[in-house]
Every structure is written in C-alpha cells, then in structure tokens.
Design a protein around this ligand. Structure first.
Ligand code: NAP
Ligand code: SF4
Length: 677
C-alpha cells in the first residue's frame, strides 16, 4: 500500500468476521434513536458514514429496560417490535460494507427520570434523582434484560453489541468504590464489583453464540475519587476477555468528573497511553479513544502499537467521509472536529437533536441536501468569515459561479481571533478546511477587496449574500477613548497588555480573552501534555496506583492580575456551553481571576477603572482595560427596504444578528441558504 496511513486502513480479522479498517465511529446519542419514526433519518445518518468508509459503527445508547433510561421514554430494545426500525439502520450500513454494533446503555444513577437504580443509593452530583439500590433479584433480572436486548439486536441485523461500562453509567457505578458500597457478592473488592459486568457478558455470549461481536467500553481512567487503579482496570479487562468479549473499547472519565476529557483544550491523544497499558495485558483488540480527530494522530497511535483500532465519534459527525479522504490522500479536505461540543453534546444535554457546528448536515442528511443546480447563477458572497465561506463553498459545490469578496488579507473572520486562544488551536483547522474547499469548488476569492453595491450591480450578480460579520462593540463611558482601553480583537491580534487588567464583559469572549492573558509567554501552543496533566491533577503514569488516576493539581502562579466584570447579577459564565462552560470557569478560578458581577462602569482615567457595585464606587487599579462587550453587525452594503436592486440580497451570520453571534448559526445559515439558491 502506498498511502502513509497504512495502519488505519488495515483490515482487522476477528476470526468469524473482518472489519475493513481500523476506524470505529464511537457511540454518540443524536436523539434520533429515541423515536421509531426518526429511524429513516438515523439510517441516512449512519448510511452516509458507512459510505464515507468507516469500518465499524457503534450506535447511540439503547436501554435494556425502563430503569436504564437516560431520559423519560428513551430508546429501549426489549421486544420484537423493535426489530423493524433498527433493520433500516443495519441495512443502510451493511450496504456499504461497514459493520455496526448496537450500544446497550443502562444509565443507572445518571438517568434523568424517577426510576433510577444503582449499586448503592448515592445521588450523583449531575442528576436530581436519588437512585434506589438494586436488589439481588433486580441485578439478575437486569442481566437477563441485557442478554434479551442483545438477541433482539442480533435479529435486527447488528453485527454485535457494545456494552457501555464507562463514563460513570450503571456498570461503571458497580465497578468502582466511588458508588459501589455494597457488602454482598456484587460489592467489596474488585472481583465482586466486576461480577455484574462479567455476568452480563457471559449471559449475552450464551444467547448470541460465538459469531457475534461483543465490545465492552471499559473505564480505563475514572478521574473521580475512590475510582479504580490501573491494576483493577486490568483485572476487569482480563475477566471480560475470559467471559467472551471480542473488543475492548476505552472510556475516560465519568461525566461527573471535574477534569476535562474531550473539550478542545484537551491535548490530542491525551489518553492513548492508558489504553496501551491495558492492551499489554489482554489478547483481544483494544480501541483507543478521546481527542483523536486527524489521521496523523490516529496513525501514530496504531503504528506505536498502543491500540488496534481508533474510535472517533464527533470527528465523524464533522466529516462523514473522513476515512475515504484519508485513504485517497485528501487529508487536507477533512472537515475537522474542533471539539467545541456546541452542536453535538450541548444539544444532547438540552434534549435537542445533536448535529455539528462545522457540518450542519450531520443528523440532517435527509433534510439539508446539496443537489446539483439545473440553473447555475452568478453569486457574490461578501465576507470571508465562516458564514460567508460556508455559503460560498456550498453554492459553488452545487454548480453556481461564486465570487467571495473579503476586505481583509485573509479569510477566516472571527475564527482568526478564536484560534489564538489557548486550547482553541483546533479552530485553525476549520479555516484550513474552508480554504481548501474554496479552491476545490472553484470559488473565485478576491482578498483585500472592500466591494460596494455599484460594483456588485455592475458585475451583474444574480444573488448577493451579505456575510459582512461584526465589529466589537465599543464602551461609551468617560475616558473610554484612552490608549489603555483595547478591544478584544486588538488584544487577540497582539496589542501589548499590562500586568493588571480589567476585562469588561463576561461572555464567551471575555472568558477566552482572560485565558489568553493568563497564558505564560514561554508556554508553547498547544499546551504540552505533561503541563496539562499537571494543571488538572491527572496521574501521568499509565500504570497509576492513585485511585481514579487523580492527584493534586499543580497550578503555576498567574502571570497577570485579572478582573472579569459584568453588569448582570447572575454568576459569571452562565451563558457558556453546558459541557464546556465549567472548564472555562474552573480555569479562571484556578488562576485567581477576580469575578465581579452587578457592576456599573463609571469612568476610566490614568489610575484605572472606576466601577460601582452594591451602591459603592470602587477604583480598580489596572493598566489595561479590555472591552469584550459583544458586537455590532456590519451590514452597510444591504439595500434599504423597498430600494430597487438588480440582484437578490440575502443576509446571514453576524451581519444579520450580532446579539447571538454564533459560529454554529453562521455556518448553518450559510449552508441552508446556499442549498436553496
Ligand atoms: P456575549 O456572550 O453576548 O457577551 C457580551 C458581554 O458583554 C455580556 O456578558 C454582557 O454582559 C456585556 N455587555 C453587553 N453590552 C454591553 C455594554 N454596552 N457595555 C458593557 N458590557 C456589555 O458576546 P461575546 O462574549 O462577545 O461572544 C459572542 C458570541 O461568541 C457568543 O454569543 C458565543 O456564542 C460565541 N462564543 C462562545 C464561546 C464559548 O465558549 N462557547 C467563546 C467565545 C465566543 P452584561 O450585560 O451583564 O454586562
Ligand atoms: Fe466536533 Fe463541535 Fe461538531 Fe461537536 S459540534 S462534532 S465538537 S465540531
């Protein structure tokens, strides 16, 4: 094979079946699994990924019974009536030569419903429902339910099942002292704590026979106190292998862990060495997971023998054709997952359908369709931020003749600012992706061009898409024109900033700017793995003896003294993403950022910033004031209502609505408009 990704593309022989390459699409709950009438959409979603070359797909979690529901009336498989909708999914995947496993997930005390059960009656910090302790009979019935679900999955055409035993769900709750405080045969030492998981595997294997994949997702690093040690993880792995598991998948961290495991700031492949440690002690293939999003990273893990397969969930939402692009040396065309969670996990936790910020077609394959146009038009797109690039490239891919005008020296817009924020380095991949798409789809790119209406009309465009974006909102108080007052854009572009800083506005950008200002100058980007582990208190030894793999965090003294301010009286950071906001809040707290709310900004002078809080005036003695007070739309090129124009004008992204400036909306609006023109 001539490709440099030979390890990724090598088939994996399991004796009774072969997986065509080493890429696993990991389980990701889209919300489509929960309702039978959404299965045609689910089939299209998985079918597209199978067509895109992935070897093995694992579905979102399906419960074996009512107690296991993640949400009320969540997806369950326990009677034969469940076979028909699932057949749509398995057929769509098999058509393209991929294999598919159905994940069986019992949420235990993580269920957001009143029937929750667990090893012991201890409430989780992330759920309002206190679980009931499972009785011996309930445990035995649940083992039967798992086996029954697996037999129905087999009837529905699945190549196997994955048993979810990590991320703090029911089986993980039994495996670890963190929740399991029983003193019967299901609790106590690790041999007892793993009995439930092992018996489930045995029961399934007895029902489904030898020629059916059983994958077990094992928590290789709990990252919670009283979690397992690596020796205990290995003991479980070996017992599962003996009980009949075919593949061992990696889970990292419980959902309640206060250490990030998947967000952008987690270094790529941060956890591969823990998987490698387990692999040394079992003979079955082992799958590595978490923050693996590009072929170089995946190939390096496989080439080093750290794992036999690579699991990616979000990266395959971002690009269904990840494998085919890798196989044909078109890695630069991959739409990279930037680990933002904004459209996938944040949606799941809000009970909304998961999709992808950089790929709005994910889970909308039957609804957002890019058909070749029969009526090619001349289209101008004004503004090369993500909204404009999305519109331009989708329109051009459909056969329109597109010109993209950008006033700056390069495309990327606000993403050029985001990519310099520590932990957001992945954002440069989105700019790279769109640049390659601009070239491949034949968009004519005119940089350094501030186009006006007359020129557009003269050139005879049929459609004009205004994606001119935003400018930072200026602060309007006494002294706000002083040289020590900077916009966030100036700061992120490298303007000098003093040692004591007031950041005005605590939205996403106020937090980002604070993190940017806290980065020590010597720290390379992205943050080296050892530094990141030290800061978050993760035991770097893959053969860790610390319980749960956690140890005291070590944080360097802050490089600046920062005040982060807002007018609202609510706690700061409430508007940040559900699955990422806590990481940003923790990061600023660790670096002693002083967060003030209910602030009124009074004036600025050479001494600093005068504010009023609780009726008292106060001087913050700062050298620099950075304004992160939101944005205002730039739309001066839009015609006024009723004004005669030769072209049809459309407005998208921040230019349309600055108040909710959001890359997810910008990219989706660009794509949706371009799909219709
Ligand atoms: P934002 O979230 O709207 O925050 C702007 C902040 O400025 C608000 O906290 C507001 O708080 C304050 N503000 C508004 N008008 C002001 C005024 N006239 N004077 C003083 N303060 C004022 O906007 P952003 O931080 O610029 O972020 C823009 C968008 O980027 C967000 O909507 C978000 O979707 C996205 N983003 C997200 C992340 C993330 O982590 N997910 C990171 C960066 C950006 P008060 O009114 O309480 O003072
Ligand atoms: Fe990745 Fe963000 Fe898309 Fe989720 S929304 S798949 S994290 S790029």
């Amino acid at each position: 094979m001539t490709t440099s990704y030979a390890n990724i593309l090598k088939p994996l022989h399991l004796g009774f079946t072969t997986i065509k390459n080493r890429v696993v699409m990991g389980s990701m709950h889209t919300g489509l699994e929960d309702r039978f009438y959404n299965y045609p959409k689910l089939a299209a979603y998985f079918g597209e990924r199978a067509k895109g070359g992935v070897g093995l797909i694992i579905t979102g979690g399906i419960s074996p019974n009512r107690q296991g529901w993640l949400l009320p009336a969540g997806g369950t498989m326990n009677h034969l009536g469940d076979v028909a909708p699932h057949r749509l999914v398995t057929h769509a995947v098999h058509k393209h030569g991929a294999k598919i496993l159905m994940q069986i997930l019992h949420s235990g005390r993580y269920g957001y419903q009143p029937f929750v059960v667990s090893a012991s009656p201890i409430k989780s910090p992330i759920s309002p429902f206190k679980p009931r302790q499972m009785s011996e009979k309930q445990i035995l019935d649940t083992i039967d339910d798992y086996a029954h679900t697996a037999t129905i999955a087999k009837k529905a055409g699945y190549d196997g099942v994955e048993i979810m035993g990590s991320e703090g769900y029911l089986l993980n709750q039994f495996l670890s002292r963190h929740v399991n405080q029983r003193d019967d045969r299901w609790g106590g030492d690790i041999l007892n704590r793993m009995r439930f998981a092992v018996e489930i595997v045995r029961a399934i294997r007895a029902k489904v026979g030898e020629k059916f994949i059983i994958c077990f997702r094992l928590s290789m690093l709990d990252l919670v106190h009283d979690g397992n040690t690596m020796q205990e993880v290995i003991t479980v792995a070996q017992a599962l292998e003996k009980a009949g598991v075919t593949l061992l998948n990696t889970g990292i961290g419980w959902h309640e862990a206060r250490i990030p495991t998947i967000v952008t700031s987690v270094p790529r492949a941060a956890f591969a060495d823990y998987t490698a440690e387990v692999k040394k002690h079992v003979a079955i293939p082992v799958i590595a997971s978490n923050r693996i999003n590009m072929p170089e990273t995946a190939e390096a893990i496989l080439a080093a023998g750290k794992a036999d397969m690579i699991q990616m969930a979000r990266p395959l939402l971002a690009d269904a054709f990840w494998v085919n692009k890798t196989a044909t040396n078109r890695v630069d065309e991959i739409n990279t997952c930037i680990a933002c969670n904004q459209a996938c996990l944040d949606h799941t936790f809000k009970n909304k359908r998961a999709t992808c910020l950089v790929n709005p077609r994910a889970a909308y394959e039957t609804e957002l369709v890019y058909l070749k146009t029969k009526n090619p038009k001349k289209i101008a797109v004004i503004g090369g931020g993500v909204a404009g690039m999305s519109a331009a490239t989708v329109a051009a891919s459909r056969g329109h003749k597109v010109t993209l005008f950008e006033a700056a020296t390069d495309v990327g817009g606000q993403f050029n600012l985001a990519k310099v924020v520590p932990g957001k380095e992945e954002f440069h991949e989105t700019i790279r992706y769109f640049k390659v798409q601009i070239e491949k789809t034949g968009v004519e790119l005119r940089l350094n061009t501030k186009v006006n209406r007359e020129q557009l009309e003269r050139e005879g465009f049929d459609e004009v898409i205004v994606a001119t974006g935003v400018v930072p909102r200026a602060l309007k108080i006494d002294g706000s024109d002083a040289p020590q007052v900077l916009s966030y854009a100036e700061v992120l572009r490298g303007a000098p900033v003093g040692h004591k800083v007031a950041v005005i506005g605590a939205g996403g950008i106020g937090f980002d700017v604070s993190e940017f200002l806290l980065r020590p100058e010597h720290q390379s980007q992205p943050q080296p793995l050892e530094d990141w582990q030290r800061e978050w208190g993760i035991d770097p030894n893959p053969n860790y003896i610390s319980e749960g793999g956690i140890q005291p965090a070590e944080v360097d003294p802050p490089v600046r003294e920062i005040y982060l301010l807002q007018r609202k009286t609510t706690p700061l950071g409430m508007g940040l993403g559900k699955t990422t906001g806590w990481v940003h809040r923790a990061q600023l707290k660790k670096h002693a950022v002083k967060m003030l709310r209910g602030v009124q900004y009074k004036s600025i002078n050479n001494e600093g910033l005068w504010i009023e809080t609780n009726g008292y005036d106060q001087l913050l003695r700062v050298d620099t004031i950075v304004v992160c007070a939101g944005q205002e739309s730039v739309k001066d090129i839009m015609p006024n209502e009723g004004e005669h124009t030769l072209a049809n004008y459309h407005i998208i992204g921040g230019a349309k609505l600055a108040a909710e400036l959001d890359a997810k909306r910008a990219i989706r609006e660009g794509a949706e408009l371009a799909a219709k023109l």
